[in-house]
Ligand binder design. Sequence first.
Ligand SMILES: [Zn+2]
Length: 217
Amino acid sequence: MSDTLLAPKPSTSKFTPKQVAVFYFKSLLTEDGDPTSLQACKACGKTRKHMPKTGYTNLVSHVRSDHLNFEAEMEAASTAATGTLLPWVRQKASNRYAWLLWIVKGNLPFSFVEMATTRRYTNLPPACMELLGCDMENVTKAVEKNIGAMLPDKFGAILDDWTHGTEHYMAVYACFELNGVRHCPLLSLAPIINGPDDRLNAESQVAALAAFLPFFW
Ligand SMILES: [Zn+2]
């Protein structure tokens, strides 16, 4: 299957139609407690038709037109109740997160997710290796953006070099103080000898710094 087929559809809403409908509507029952085909909006009492196992368009369109702040209200209600936005995390995102965490914590190759034995012994829905790589890249970009947002104009750099086998690596930590608290986020961990002409000297260290620093701005 190609990446395009597996790629998630771009969405402009923070919440799925089902989440919006479940948050705003409740089933309207008859006096005897029997279900009806109507759902009542918990915010304004208006009713909308909704048959089981059909889409949520009818319900969501009411929320969109009559409760313009619905996304903020849903977020606020959720954080007030649970202290997190976790209840609103989409199942798909939650599954991807589980795969990423497994790969990273276990130091496993991406191919692990497509192995027949993995598939056989996990309850997680199938994941595609390429797509997981894209997710990992997106997570990296998001982390870089977050670190970049808190980096002051001037900060110290702590370098940690070591050789493993024939590869020489350099780890770079930014070092700065923010509101009286010391922060040392890891900015980069990569080999610094990449070409045949590269030497292990000050120039190659500076070149490595210059190569990744723009990712944080
Ligand atoms: Zn309403």
